[in-house]
Design a protein around this ligand. Structure first.
Ligand code: ADP
Ligand code: ADP
Length: 221
């Protein structure tokens, strides 16, 4: 069964722009889907609708296993949106604390999540002391710490230098291979989509629509 199922989904903004139309897409548990296409083809709009951050103006988005709560969906943006006054560990622990987990347990889960993204030893560091790639790792840890049903990533690594980006791609792939969480990854990089995803959904602009879908038979890393 699908985790989430889109049928005829469209979005027209108040400005009159038809950002996407006629989107039919099924995401199964464990999928790693890349949404690939040029700027303006509606990738972010589509992701925001799946996240519940924007309302479709046409069609429907169904969750056969039940409507997700906020902590069922992890979101990673290009700009790491970390709280500057909180340590890496406190940033990652926050969603758990908001979900009512006792502080000590949230802290220990945050520390082990940081270790899984390669940040052991940086628990007490503040965001300003971390590089762009490390901040992205903290964002990824914060998104995954609640064990979300779906991880949505909107051009997460686009602002990073090539080497950092390559390392993050490898580490994300390793995490996904070990844990098989469900990912939708927006990118305009052909390289990234082929390297990371099992399914590549190619979008085209004016108005945004699905142009083609490719299955990638990638070897295990
Ligand atoms: P992508 O992520 O592929 O670059 P977007 O989803 O950001 O595409 O944008 C798709 C189209 O919708 C573009 O024409 C963009 O200008 C327009 N758009 C995006 N967000 C808004 C908004 N909040 N209000 C009006 N138009 C928007
Ligand atoms: P396009 O976006 O035009 O399809 P590519 O997919 O070839 O271009 O690459 C997009 C960007 O990703 C380029 O800036 C490229 O330098 C960069 N890049 C190169 N190697 C890697 C890598 N190993 N991981 C992620 N991005 C990479």
């Amino acid at each position: 069964a699908s985790l989430v199922s889109l049928r005829g989904v469209a979005k027209r903004y108040a400005t009159g722009t038809l950002a996407v139309r006629g989107i039919d897409l099924d995401i199964a548990p464990g999928d790693f889907v890349a949404l690939l296409g040029p700027s303006g083809c509606g990738k972010s709009t589509l992701l925001r609708m799946v996240a519940g951050l924007a309302e479709p103006t046409g069609g429907r988005i169904a969750w056969p296993g039940g409507q997700p709560s906020a902590r069922d969906i992890g979101f990673v943006f290009q700009e790491p949106t970390l709280m500057p006054w909180a340590t890496a560990q406190a940033n990652v622990a926050l969603p758990l604390e908001l979900a009512g987990m006792p502080r000590a347990e949230a802290a220990s889960r945050a520390a082990s999540m940081l270790a899984r993204v390669g940040l052991q030893g940086f628990e007490k560091a503040y965001p300003r002391a971390l590089s762009g790639g490390m901040k992205m790792r903290v964002s990824l840890a914060r998104a995954l710490v609640t064990k979300p049903r779906l991880l949505l990533m909107d051009e997460p690594f686009a602002a990073l230098d090539e080497i950092t980006r390559f390392r993050l791609n490898n580490d994300l792939l390793e995490l996904w291979t070990a844990e098989r969480f469900t990912v939708v990854f927006v990118t305009h990089s052909v390289f990234e989509s082929v390297y990371l995803a099992q399914r590549i959904v190619v979008m085209a602009p004016r108005p945004g629509r699905i142009h083609a879908e490719l299955a990638v038979d990638a070897p295990a890393p």
